[in-house]
Design a protein around this ligand. Structure first.
Ligand code: SF4
Length: 266
């Protein structure tokens, strides 16, 4: 369900490394990822995550005003919810915000799980400083379909990365959450290396409120024999994650990918 809302502010200060401002055209996200922790970040109390998306219809107008006075800085587009989720096809809020940011030529960092980003290549190419990150958690589209049911397929995302790169746009891949026994690390990194992003950022499962219950439900349905071990890993497996990440770093080196581990919150 879509609900149009009006907002009073557009840009907010960002706590994420490398970003100064956060800009989120949508509240709620129809990608409905099993591991999503955005509901706890925005204190979502409007029912099941993924079923309602609030569309900030006056956002471009507010952003346009703010850009006249705000201090310049890097804008993170889609820091909480996906800026290219299905509603964007109709509302084009992300595109209109990009047009405004381009007028001021602000540095922009986008993160998405949708190949709809390709619609805006014409604009993205014009920025002097922009990067687009695409999330991948597996190469197996059956797993993707269960974990990120509303998002683009794995192939669509890999193709999007290739096309962005062909157009000279800086790209990165967010490998998160990487999940032991579920993420097919070697195959995934081989596929990512073929589209050669500028770098990859690796993250673990973030167990904010409600996340484990959802992920547990997924594992129970997908590979029930992994539930107990997964619980041990995710609920306190710092050591396991150390080894797991080490194997990812080694694999990245062997395929020529520049790799960073997300230490935020460690
Ligand atoms: S795309 Fe991001 S915000 Fe949307 S459901 Fe998935 S994890 Fe949450």
């Amino acid at each position: 369900m879509i609900k149009e809302i009006k907002v009073k502010t557009a840009l907010s200060p960002s706590q994420l490394p490398g970003l100064d401002h956060a800009l989120n055209p949508y509240r709620g996200c129809a990608h409905a990822c099993v591991y999503c922790y955005a509901p706890s970040v925005i204190h979502w109390d409007k029912g099941k995550w993924g079923e309602l998306v609030e569309v900030k219809i006056n956002l471009p107008r507010i952003l346009s005003k703010e850009l006249r006075t705000k201090k310049k800085g890097v804008v993170g587009l889609g820091t909480v919810t996906d800026p290219y989720q299905p509603a964007e096809k109709k509302y084009e809020l992300t595109r209109r915000c990009l047009e405004l940011l381009l007028m001021h030529d602000l540095p922009v960092c986008i993160q998405t799980k949708s190949s709809l980003v390709l619609r805006d290549v014409d604009l993205l190419k014009e920025f002097s400083d922009i990067e687009v990150g695409i999330t991948l958690i597996t190469l197996d589209d059956r797993v993707r379909g269960k974990m990120e049911p509303g998002a683009s397929s794995v192939d669509e995302r890999l193709r999007a990365l290739a096309v962005l790169r062909e157009n000279g746009i800086k790209t990165w891949v967010f490998l998160g959450p990487m999940m032991p026994h579920i993420t097919d690390v070697n195959a995934l990194l081989d596929a990512v290396a073929r589209v050669m992003p500028d770098y990859v950022l690796v993250d673990r499962l973030r167990l904010k409120e409600g996340v484990w219950e959802n992920v547990r439900g997924f594992i129970h349905e997908f590979r029930p024999e992994l539930v107990n071990e997964s619980e041990k890993i995710f609920q306190g497996g710092g050591e396991y994650y150390g080894d797991f990440f080490e194997s990812i770093i080694k694999k990245c080196r062997s395929v020529g990918l520049r790799c960073e581990i997300n230490r935020l919150g460690d």
